[in-house]
Design a protein around this ligand. Structure first.
Ligand SMILES: [Fe+2]
Length: 170
């Protein structure tokens, strides 16, 4: 577990956006979404890109579109790219994030009682913050639900489950 955290930290501070990443963003996000996306710290951008890339590698577009009528493949990739957009509201750097992860561990989850601290608030509430950022725009309830619920414990929506699965791997 500790090694995994260190790997995650190194990944975060060395994150780079490549030409290939930019092409992916331009393909799946529109102009205003790109503007919003670019407000995320670079390591959160890279994380979201990696989630999207993993999904593209492992989820077959044709069969996904055939089996899901209310959520197409493009929307799934868009959700992957935007799932952490609530973090743009208050930036967490990799050190803050590592400290929060450790504090959370040592306090056995009691840390969330201190959510009046903005950074802690974002760590726990970025799903809700992302939802608030996007809800007045033209997204389906399903799409907004994925953004809002991707860190919740009991997830019933299959699309949210996919995002959470690949989020956890990145
Ligand atoms: Fe998240």
């Amino acid at each position: 577990m500790a090694v995994y955290r260190i790997q995650q930290f190194v990944k975060a501070i060395t994150a780079k956006i490549t030409e290939e990443d930019l092409a992916l963003i331009n393909k799946y996000l529109n102009h205003s979404e790109i503007e919003l996306f670019n407000k995320l710290p670079i390591y959160d951008r890279k994380h979201s890109i990696n989630v999207a890339k993993d999904i593209m590698r492992e989820v077959n577009k044709e069969s996904f579109n055939k089996n899901n009528k209310d959520f197409n493949y493009e929307t799934l990739i868009k959700a992957a790219l935007l799932h952490d957009i609530g973090k743009s509201y208050k930036k967490l750097n990799p050190i803050d994030k590592s400290v929060l992860v450790l504090l959370n561990k040592f306090t056995k989850g009691k840390l969330k009682n201190y959510s009046n601290f903005k950074k802690i608030h974002v760590y726990y509430n970025h799903g809700e913050e992302g939802y608030k950022l996007l809800k007045h725009k033209n997204y389906s309830d399903k799409f907004l639900g994925v953004i809002r619920d991707h860190h919740k414990r009991d997830i019933s929506c299959d699309y949210t489950k996919i995002i959470k699965e690949y989020d956890d791997k990145n």
